[in-house]
Design a protein around this ligand. Structure first.
Ligand code: ATP
Length: 458
């Protein structure tokens, strides 16, 4: 986002900011999740997530119908047509839409009694115990608070940031002026965010301390729709470039918009537990900058030389969880593969650009000077790539170890290497082995793992 775009710059804002920041952004008053307790199990849930999970189950039924029909019609199957004409599928879809619309409206109107009513009408049970004995739905603020100051009476309540975005808004003018940025331009950052999530489950999908990668793009008022569409496309393309399969992604346009947005969509990824949000793209209007102007008494405006006037820019943001992205890549890449000889191997087919180790250098045996030659190759490659050396166990076992760790290349040094300076290079995914010259290793590895090779495919 930063290196490849001339008009995007990076910053690192602080985690603790003046508490008024969070008053201005609306987080103190409105950053709530609706929670519900089960009286029997004493377990706490997000009421909206219980309802969304219910809808996800109906969606699974749609997927089953599609699979059945695809099998029945074979080559002639048209998924689009089936989804828009099959009576059963349409019925399921309508049910989902009705439920989600009602949920959206009730949350927007703060009608928590209706959220509970919906849970009861749908007969949603505690997923752990099956009990339907629910409390009322209550709002729960997600911000972690702490104290700033030495003594209890003079201490000021501050918050750990629940998103990185506000650090960018309050620094908007500093960056624009010092970087001499012209609209449209973006500010991006990667950093920790904290949320007192009611239920932090599903491994690292939802955590209380997580890392966000956000970019706020400042545009001329009136052009936000155009930029919103552009960033939606650009971000999806970025995801697809990792080669994890187009079928694993979809957009989910929000019916219920946050208080600051005039359009919003999620890029959802098919995690092992279903399609879930991976990244959010939001058109945030001028809500944040205007609110910070109001609460700080300082102007946060841009002078547009072409228009010869000042205005508060509109903002389109892209916001992705680093940990969630890691989970997406990891869960998709870790595979058990049946081999032709009847055995299986565990292989982490992680995109090579992301592989933690790019190559492992393996002497065939621990003697005859082979380790020395292998070490020399490590010494040479380690300036450009993260590589590892492994001499323990039979070479087949070492290949398996590297497959499971996602290492794209294994380079084996054998007795021929001593004669002709060639080695065997084996590719993780194809398991194909080639004999190459030691001098060519750098080029071969670079072509596969370089950021350029990956992004040029976009
Ligand atoms: P959700 O609906 O899952 O709670 P959200 O809509 O509140 O997410 P945003 O505020 O849009 O999420 O945050 C942007 C991104 O940050 C999300 O797309 C997600 O990848 C990541 N994210 C949000 N909350 C968490 C969390 N608790 N743990 C890990 N990642 C998170």
């Amino acid at each position: 986002m930063v290196q490849m775009h001339e008009n995007i710059v990076g910053i690192d804002a602080s985690i603790l900011m003046h508490p008024t920041t969070w008053k201005a952004s609306g987080h103190v008053d409105a950053f709530n999740d609706p929670l519900i307790d089960n009286k029997d199990s004493k377990k706490r849930y997000r009421a909206d997530v219980l309802i969304e999970d219910y809808c996800a189950k109906i969606e699974t039924k749609i997927e089953k119908e599609v699979k059945k029909a695809a099998k029945r019609f074979g080559e002639a199957f048209n998924k689009e047509e089936f989804l828009t004409t099959n009576a059963r599928v349409l019925g399921y879809q309508e049910k989902i839409n009705t439920i989600l619309n009602r949920l959206g409206k009730s949350l927007e109107n703060e009608d928590l009694a209706d959220v509970k009513k919906l849970i009861e009408e749908l007969e949603i049970a505690d997923p752990l115990t099956g009990s339907k004995n629910w409390t009322d739905v209550k709002q729960f603020n997600l911000m972690f608070g702490t104290q700033l100051g030495a003594s209890a009476d003079s201490a000021m309540k501050v918050y750990l940031r629940p998103e990185t975005a506000q650090g960018i808004f309050v620094n908007f003018l500093n960056v624009q002026k010092t970087g001499r940025m012209k609209i449209p331009f973006g500010i991006a950052q990667t950093g920790k965010a904290f949320r007192n999530e009611i239920v932090a489950r599903q491994f690292i999908f939802r955590m209380r301390e997580f890392e966000q990668m956000e970019m706020q793009f400042f545009v001329k008022p009136g052009t936000q729709q155009e930029w919103y569409q552009k960033w939606k496309e650009t971000r999806l393309k970025w995801h697809l470039s990792l080669g994890m399969g187009a079928d694993n992604y979809r957009f989910h346009d929000h019916e219920k918009l946050a208080h600051y947005a005039d359009a919003a969509a999620d890029i959802e990824f098919k995690f092992p537990f279903g399609f879930k949000e991976l990244e959010g793209i939001h058109s945030r209007t001028d809500f944040d900058l205007k609110a910070h102007e109001e609460f700080s008494g300082k102007k946060l405006q841009y002078f547009d030389h072409e228009e010869n006037k000042n205005y508060v820019p509109y903002v389109v943001e892209t916001s992705i969880g680093l940990d969630r992205m890691f989970l997406a890549v990891f869960s998709n890449s870790l595979q058990e593969e049946e081999l032709e000889n009847g055995t299986t191997r565990t292989v982490l087919k992680i995109p090579s650009v992301l592989a933690p180790t790019k190559a492992a250098i393996l002497p065939l045996v621990k003697k005859d000077g082979l380790p020395d030659v292998a070490r020399k190759i490590v010494e040479d490659l380690k300036w450009d790539f993260n590589v590892s050396y492994d001499e323990k166990d039979a070479v087949g076992r070492r290949y398996r170890r590297q497959d499971a760790a996602g290492t794209p290349f294994c380079i084996t040094v054998d007795h021929d290497t001593l004669q002709d300076n060639t080695v065997t290079i084996r590719h993780r995914d194809t398991m194909e082995q080639k004999r190459v010259n030691v001098q060519d290793l750098k080029k071969i590895i670079f072509e596969e793992v370089a950021v350029k090779s990956w992004l040029m495919k976009m």
